[in-house]
Every structure is written in C-alpha cells, then in structure tokens.
Design a protein around this ligand. Structure first.
Ligand SMILES: [Ca+2]
Ligand SMILES: [Ca+2]
Ligand SMILES: [Ca+2]
Length: 154
C-alpha cells in the first residue's frame, strides 16, 4: 500500500514538475497494462531473452509447487495457469505434461519455449529486440491481404 502511495506521490510530483510541457499529460502510463511479454522482461530493457523467459517460468513453478515435491499436480497447476494467463492463455495441463504422467516436472515447465520468442526471434539468437517485434508485427502474414474480387472486372 505504501509502495503504491509513494508511486502516486512521485507521479504527482513529476506532473507538477513537468507542468508546461504539453505532452506531459498524454504520457501518463496506464496502470495494470502489464499484460504480455513485459511481465517477464526481468531487466526491463525491451529485449526479451530465453534466459529471462526461463527464469520467469522457474519463479512461477516455485510459486505454484506448494508441497515442494518438484512436480505440479492438477490443483497446483491452477496457480501456474493463473500466473501465466497473460502470456500463455491457451496453455492447459497437457501442454506442459509432455510425458503425460499426470504431473508437470520443473524441467517440463521451464523447458517450454516462449511462443513469443518463437514468433519474433527471426535471427534465432534467443533475444527478441524491439526491431524484431516491429518487423514481426508488420501487416503481412499467412493469411495475406483480403482478396479483391472487383479486380476480375478489370
Ligand atoms: Ca530483457
Ligand atoms: Ca507439487
Ligand atoms: Ca510429466
């Protein structure tokens, strides 16, 4: 609570300090907008690495493995699923339980590759940079542009 208050205080102070700058107000960050890869960019440098991804999963595994037996059972997985909802919304138990023994080991959990990295890491160095994200978001894709039937009458 006091952390939040101090952040607010800082925000007010900053805003006051920046009065006169027309863009100051437009830049107010929306709180709670951390959904997506930002949550695991540990050093917040905008570069998403495999190591950061793994340590993120490792932390979640530790959090979820309540009885500390090194495996997530189905009830423990609920915690992990909640924690990863913003980055792995589709991930069900079977997605992680590769050997289908009904429990998810730490290796199974942490060994999952980030779909985000797989999608954007075009040069395969296990680092997704801002430039790669930009290139990956360019308006082109497997579906291609909508067809233009009108061209038939050209
Ligand atoms: Ca980073
Ligand atoms: Ca467990
Ligand atoms: Ca397993």
């Amino acid at each position: 609570m006091s952390y939040r208050n101090s952040i607010c205080g800082m925000g007010v102070a900053l805003t006051l300090w920046l009065v006169g700058g027309p863009i100051a107000l437009a830049q107010s960050p929306s709180p709670g907008a951390m959904s997506g890869p930002e949550v695991w960019d540990a050093n917040h440098d905008g570069v998403y690495t495999c190591a950061e991804w793994k340590s993120y999963l490792d932390r979640i595994f530790t959090l979820a493995d309540r009885n500390r037996d090194g495996n997530l059972d189905k009830s423990e997985f609920v915690t992990a699923k909640k924690a990863t909802a913003s980055v792995l919304p589709e991930a069900e138990f079977g997605y992680f339980d590769e050997n289908q023994d009904g429990k998810i080991s730490r290796a199974e959990f942490v060994g999952k590759q980030s779909e985000f990295i797989m999608r954007y890491d075009t040069n395969g160095d296990c680092r997704v940079t801002a430039a790669e994200i930009k290139a990956g978001d360019a308006p082109k894709g497997p579906q291609g542009p909508a067809q233009k039937p009108r061209d038939v009458f050209h």
